[in-house]
Design a protein around this ligand. Structure first.
Ligand code: KIV
Length: 275
């Protein structure tokens, strides 16, 4: 993706929202991964990933909760800060945690300001026309917004589990209308999760802002995955996931070799010991 700092410095060019917009207009797909810590974030930056999402999925992937509804605002501040201190180039997006924006626009702005102070360059929140006032207030406060429609994990209870959204014609039309409402409210991009490929293709064609799919088919302007799924660490094998490595098995192999060498006094050897 062509991106320029305009500063003439040798630092890798910073990705900004306008570069995602330009990518959509040029028909050039871009990639986003979740990131929650220093070393993974640096690896994704080195790999050229354009956007990093400090997702509230940190609650399930790192903190051991069973739902993102357990992720707190403090969790989001901690992990957003960790990623922000670690990388420069990717656009840094952070989730507004469940319970930090539903009460109204001022609540959303208050919490989003803290995320921006922690290093977020854009905030993501789940929902459509119902949260349009929050999106407007955030944009009015100078905070760029990424929407999130389709399956919205913070509403897992209301949606009766992880289910593809917009399968019936009426639900698909509703999803298109909600996406337009999010765009109209001022969002700069939108995540579409667990949406039939045909419906996300329709939304991507109707919206002027970029769509970013997760389980939403190949037509979205960008794609996002939870990094532990992408790297084969979580063991999650949902239909939409492709594991590009088997980090879980590799980590277990390394830990097992370490364990065996300690038990055999083969580690540490003389080369690891001080005189
Ligand atoms: O929190 C998260 O990881 C997300 C992705 C599923 C898009 O919102």
């Amino acid at each position: 993706m062509a991106a320029s700092t305009g500063s003439g410095s040798a630092r890798p060019a910073k990705i900004r929202i306008r570069h995602l917009q330009q990518a959509k207009e040029a028909g050039r797909p871009f990639s986003m991964l979740t990131a929650y810590d220093q070393f993974s974030a640096r690896a994704f930056e080195a790999a050229g990933i354009e956007a990093l999402l400090v997702g509230d999925s940190v609650g399930t992937t790192v903190l051991g909760h069973s739902s993102t509804t357990a992720t707190t605002h403090q969790d989001m501040l901690t992990f957003t800060g960790a990623v922000a201190r670690s990388v420069h180039r990717p656009l840094l997006v952070a989730d507004l945690a469940f319970g930090t924006y539903e009460a109204g626009p001022m609540d959303a702005v208050h919490h989003a300001v803290e995320l921006v102070r922690a290093g977020a360059e854009m905030v993501k929140l789940e929902g459509g026309s119902a949260i349009a006032p929050q999106i407007r207030a955030l944009v009015g406060a100078g905070i760029p917004v990424m929407g999130h429609l389709g399956f919205t994990p913070q509403s897992v209870n209301a949606l009766s589990g992880h289910r593809v959204q917009g399968r019936q014609a009426e639900a698909a039309d509703q999803l298109v209308a909600e996406a337009l409402a999010v765009q109209e409210a001022g969002a700069s991009a939108i995540v579409l999760e667990l949406v039939p490929a045909e419906v996300s293709a329709r939304i991507t064609a109707e919206l002027t802002i970029p769509t970013i799919g997760i389980g939403a088919g190949p037509s979205c302007d960008g794609q996002v995955l939870v990094w532990q799924d992408m790297a084969g660490l979580s063991g999650f094998a949902g239909k939409f996931v492709k594991a590009y490595a088997q980090l879980g098995a590799e980590l277990e192999r390394a830990a097992s070799a370490y364990h065996d060498e300690v038990a055999e006094r083969a580690y540490p050897g003389p080369e690891h010991s001080f005189e």
